[in-house]
Design a protein. Structure first.
Length: 300
């Protein structure tokens, strides 16, 4: 269902692009398309380096983090993925993300705050969620959505500018509609883009839970992370990368209006879905045991 929702939302963005193209001259639309594609292709090709550097992520070797690498290796074997780079971010804010344009260029990063907050099983659930993003090629989907949204926004701005400059009577009659469309199109494109991001989060939750065989572990991790992220702000939040994280770095803002513009579904809805999924799949091979290690002990 979330795959279908993603396709439908991408179709809405494409339809908006066609609609704007019908109102702006084809030549101008081509210019905006080329600009948006160039910007997003650049971001797509170097997204892993850019994001890791923005957040001060440090790659750790198997000698530095043997337990963390062992969990990643085990999950990658189960998912049929090559091993990504494993990074740690020195930040008390508990969170994690995956980046990279494909499985062979992927990186998984966790904060020191997350390692202190979660136990080993919960960390395993979080890593499975992030590797699900890699396997589902969510960076590619996000890039396509960002490209379409950027073109719609740039073209709508050009339409609004042209409407304001119109001097004739016919132009004045259509100026109001053009300005209204110029205001609403970017807003609609952003909402659709956020909807795609939320759909991919639901997919990664389910795929990660199926990989571990234990949805309740990921549900427990999300409960802790959502509360922890709201209590401990990120040291250096970057709005442009918020959608990459397993929980929004801006979790503290919880009004109904702001949820429309959130890159993540509500935590309670994600947790409810995982609990419902727990009744559908078998018990995990990685069974709960007494004395689970704190995740922080997996890194030296």
């Amino acid at each position: 269902m979330n795959q279908l929702k993603t396709v439908l939302l991408l179709g809405v963005l494409s339809a908006a692009l066609v609609a704007v193209g019908g109102l702006v001259s084809p030549g101008a639309l081509g210019l905006f398309l080329a600009l948006a594609v160039a910007m997003n292709v650049g971001a797509y090709l170097w997204s892993d380096r850019i994001v890791l550097r923005l957040h001060g992520a440090r790659e750790v070797s198997p000698a530095e983090a043997p337990g963390l690498h062992a969990l990643v290796d085990e999950l990658c074997r189960g998912a049929g993925l090559p091993r990504p780079r494993v990074c740690v971010i020195d930040d008390q804010h508990p969170n994690a993300f995956a980046t990279g344009r494909g499985p062979r260029r992927a990186a998984v990063a966790v904060t020191t705050g997350l390692l202190r907050l979660l136990d080993e099983r919960e960390l395993r659930g979080v890593l499975a969620h992030e590797l699900a993003h890699v396997k589902n090629r969510d960076v590619l989907v996000a890039t396509v959505a960002a490209t379409l949204a950027a073109v719609v926004t740039h073209a709508a701005h050009a339409l609004g500018f042209a409407a304001m400059l119109g001097g004739g009577q016919e132009e004045e009659e259509g100026a109001g509609g053009g300005l209204l469309f110029a205001l609403l199109a970017p807003l609609g494109a952003m909402l659709v883009q956020m909807g795609i991001s939320r759909s991919r989060e639901f997919m990664a939750d389910e795929s990660g839970a199926r990989l571990t065989g234990d949805p309740l572990v990921l549900a427990s991790a999300l409960e802790k992370l959502h509360a922890g992220a709201g209590a401990v702000p990120s040291a250096a939040p970057v709005p442009a990368t918020a959608s990459l994280f397993i929980v929004s770095p801006f979790t503290g803002a919880g009004s109904a209006l702001l949820r429309w513009f959130s890159t993540h579904p509500p935590a309670e809805e994600r947790i409810a879905r995982l609990r419902a999924l727990a009744g559908e799949i078998r018990r995990p091979a990685f069974a709960p045991r007494a004395g689970d290690l704190a995740a922080s002990r997996l890194v030296r």
